[in-house]
Design a protein around this ligand. Structure first.
Ligand SMILES: C[S@@+](CC[C@H](N)C(=O)[O-])C[C@H]1O[C@@H](n2cnc3c(N)ncnc32)[C@H](O)[C@@H]1O
Length: 382
């Protein structure tokens, strides 16, 4: 191992904090260190994230370098003898407030948080054979909620590969793929992806519509939408329009939608396997503030849906406040919307959970409603 790894990891941990996520600090430290090769960068990242996974298990009061060695030992022990960590031990993987804010804290979830997450790919429709051939080491793992899913256990930088540059696959978590599948947009639909960000789900919706129909992609952050445009150009996706939207009741364009996806900003508890630093920087106050924003977004889009159309709400988090509490409050406030069962698989429900231990990806909560048709209204204006 490069002897700079311990001092660089120590530096990242000292600089990271609530306002400075460890992954961003890591990138800066690598940039400033100069001549950090791919292998060293990989070892450094594993060490930093391993530390945050096991932070509550190391000895307080010792030096960071000592704690880094301890967390390395814990990573090794967890890999080789996972059963040596009891359900009681694993409770320390998350802050204590989690037990008040989540309706259920399964041991299997806590166990999943302590392992390295999988890197998931979504092959563009019908391209999984090509991905398997052109991305050596990729493994097909189709699921009813993510029929084009593959994962990649290797170390190559997939962004630089020819199939990625040619839009043969996207890098997208399997639970995010499930959200697109459950939206089930039809050819010719008009959808609004309100919190499109860099467009992971927008591109999936566009793919599912096979260029027939339109997806409005909005976000309040302009640079994210710019990234979306770059990604879509690479993937040769054209059936979308982009606009800024700040969560208010004004939609991006006139005309009502067949479907609206609110992939809302959230506390991201469902991504703690991938982003262990966030376990220690998120607070219960964040969850409740975000829940208010999420409910207000839902309330603000109701007029933009056609009768018979659907709203799909998704969050990659698992707190009660941001999931069932938001969904139940929306149902109670909008008698003109009925809860809509999504999917036809055995987990089909109008409020569904995808746990990291179920699919090996992020945790996700998805709820949906259908706008009722007014009495006497024969069909939805399609
Ligand atoms: C969970 S991320 C979206 C991820 C994206 N849908 C994807 O699949 O890649 C939530 C997004 O909501 C956006 N956002 C946060 N607050 C917002 C607001 N008040 N109005 C609109 N968008 C907002 C963020 O900029 C972020 O891009």
């Amino acid at each position: 191992m490069d002897k700079r790894v311990y001092p660089l990891a120590t530096k990242v941990i000292e600089l990271a904090g609530t306002e400075r996520p460890a992954d961003a600090v890591l990138r800066l430290v690598i940039r400033d260190a100069g001549h950090v090769g791919k292998q060293t960068a990989g070892e450094l990242s594993e060490m930093v994230f391993g530390y945050y996974r096991w932070r509550a298990f190391v000895t307080p009061g010792r030096t960071l370098e000592y704690n880094l060695h301890e967390s390395e030992d814990l990573v090794r022990r967890f890999t080789e003898q996972p059963a040596s960590f009891s359900a009681e031990d694993l409770k320390r993987s998350v802050p204590e407030w989690v037990f008040d804010e989540m309706a259920d804290v399964p041991t299997a979830w806590l166990r999943s948080l302590q392992a390295e997450p999988r890197l998931w790919l979504r092959s563009r429709t019908g391209n999984s054979g090509r991905v398997l051939r052109e991305v050596p080491g990729s493994v097909a793992a189709p699921h009813v909620l993510a029929p084009e899913a593959l994962y990649y256990p290797g170390k190559a930088d997939l962004f630089k590969t020819t199939p990625f540059q040619h839009g043969v696959f996207e890098i997208q978590d399997i639970a995010s793929q499930a959200v697109g599948t459950l939206c089930a947009p039809r050819h010719g639909d008009r959808w609004w992806d309100t919190c499109a960000g860099e467009g992971g789900k927008t591109m999936h919706l566009c793919d599912l519509m096979e260029n027939k129909g339109t997806v409005w992609a909005t976000d309040r952050v302009e640079w994210r939408l710019k990234q979306l445009r770059i990604r879509a150009r690479r993937a040769q996706i054209f059936n979308f329009r982009v606009a800024l939207w700040d969560g208010s009741a004004t939609p991006p364009a006139e005309g009502r939608c067949n479907g609206i996806l609110i992939d809302a900003p959230c506390s991201g508890i469902g991504t703690w396997q991938r982003n262990p630093h966030a376990r220690w920087t998120t607070s219960p106050k964040d969850l409740h503030e975000l829940a208010a924003i999420q409910l207000s977004m839902l309330n603000n889009v109701v007029d933009a849906v056609k009768p018979g159309g659907r709203i799909v709400y998704s969050v990659c988090t698992l707190s009660r406040a941001e999931t069932t509490a938001v969904a139940n409050a929306f149902t109670a406030a909008h008698p003109d919307f009925e809860p809509l069962v999504l999917g036809a698989d055995k987990g089909a429900s109008a409020q569904r959970w995808i746990w990291p231990q179920d699919l090996g990806g992020n945790g996700m909560f998805i709820a949906a409603w259908k706008k009722k048709k007014a009495a006497g209204q024969l069909t939805a204006p399609e």
